[in-house]
Design a protein around this ligand. Structure first.
Ligand code: KIV
Ligand code: ZN
Length: 389
């Protein structure tokens, strides 16, 4: 594996993300989102699953033609028809990749694929080799890697590398792993698989236990140099690791995580907002980095602190991730400092007595009304206070 300390971002918003409920996008929306994701600075963009439908094929092909910057990737099962469709769809791209996968856990082999381990090995060898005839850059994923017998996983990795895989992605398909388990799996593979130094290792985490981002970071610390993630963390079930969270962790905790990456941080918030317009839900308000409350301060103590020095309660500036909105939220928990500050922003510099009187009227209203807007504040100003300005 490369010794570089660059972490490659592989965005799967338009594949794993789009295949989850409420996230279907029209062709034009996918294309616009693909340009936005490319502008975010991701290294790889998984544009879809071409065999899934004519629409998906068409979207992947259009993205491959139009979107410059990231390597354009398409997903394929370990089947001839999938690989051929993926190869055709990504062919127009300046840089392309075929991402092929096959389940390797005994549970999936028996219940889903109804094949033996030996048959799985043969299929992986044959299909990775087939993909290689179309494209130099091949990613192989043993689906359900984290519930795969560890010794069998080593064999699977070895066979995939021998057949031509250039990236090995070991997904935590069902979001089952603890960070320590996930890191241990990668360390084992790095130590024992022949030829592993010539491929890039990749993490792909689902959030069923809320650990997708923690697991991705643990994987990086164990030697992984590609992380698969999505804008707002959309993806199957509870979602994938959130791109913006991984990027923010690498930025804020550079003291412990000395890696580089090419994400353009100020584009994170606008990208999240744009995705929310195309799909049927936005980021949860309390979601890290891009949620509406991620930089909001409602309590008087916090507001006072942040107005004195934002570092008291903010570990990264809202502007650094492209958020430029209001972050002092006025309500019944607010104190006089915050109210005076907002009144000043609205053009009303009240003296001490005026603030005291205003504060009383404000708290009376805030006890009755959940959300206080600027219009409410202006309406609360007495004529004499307005006249004083
Ligand atoms: O979660 C998963 O295992 C996947 C594979 C197709 C990589 O999405
Ligand atoms: Zn997945």
């Amino acid at each position: 594996m490369s010794q570089s300390n660059k972490v490659f971002f592989f965005d799967t918003t338009l594949r794993d993300g789009e295949q989850s409920p409420g996230c279907t996008m029209h062709h034009d929306e996918k294309l616009r989102m693909a340009h936005t994701i490319a502008d975010l600075g991701v290294d790889l963009l998984e544009a879809g699953f071409p065999i899934a439908s004519d629409g998906d094929f068409h979207s992947v092909q259009s993205i491959a033609k139009a979107v410059k910057g990231p390597r354009i990737t398409a997903l394929a099962r370990c089947k001839h028809e999938d690989i051929e469709a993926a190869a055709k769809a990504v062919a127009p791209a300046e840089k392309s990749r075929i991402h092929t996968f096959l389940s390797t856990s005994d549970l999936h082999l028996a219940a889903k694929l109804r094949i033996t381990r030996e048959q799985a090995i043969d299929q992986i060898a044959a299909m990775v080799a087939l993909a290689k005839t179309y494209c130099e850059d091949i990613e192989f994923s043993p689906e359900d890697a984290t519930r795969t017998d560890p010794d069998f996983l080593l064999k699977v990795c070895e066979v995939a590398i021998q057949a031509g895989a250039t990236t090995l992605n070991l997904p935590d398909t069902v979001g089952y792993c603890l960070p320590s388990d996930y890191a241990e799996m990668f360390r084992n593979v790095l130590a024992k698989v022949p030829g592993i130094e010539s491929v890039v290792l990749s993490a792909h985490c689902h959030d069923d236990l809320g650990l997708a981002v923690a697991n991705s970071i643990a994987a990086i610390q164990a030697g992984v140099r590609q992380v698969e993630c999505s804008v707002n963390g959309i993806g199957e079930r509870a979602g994938n690791a959130a791109l913006e969270e991984i990027a923010a962790i690498l930025m804020v905790r550079k003291d412990k995580l000395d890696y580089t990456n090419s994400i353009v941080m100020e584009k994170l918030f606008p990208a999240s907002q744009e995705l929310s317009r195309y799909i049927s839900f936005g980021a949860a308000p309390n979601k890290a980095i891009v949620g509406a409350n991620a930089f909001a301060h409602a309590s008087g103590i916090h507001q006072h602190g942040v107005l004195a020095n934002p570092l008291t309660y903010e570990i990264l500036t809202p502007a650094s991730v492209g958020y430029h909105g209001q972050h002092i939220v006025l309500g019944k928990h607010s104190g006089k400092h915050a109210i005076q500050h907002r009144l000043k922003e609205l053009g009303h510099d009240l003296n001490k007595e005026q603030i005291a009187a205003f504060y009383e009227r404000f708290t009376n209203l805030a006890d009755r009304k959940k959300d206080i807007y600027d219009q409410d504040i202006l309406a609360l100003l007495k004529p004499e206070a307005v006249a004083a300005n």
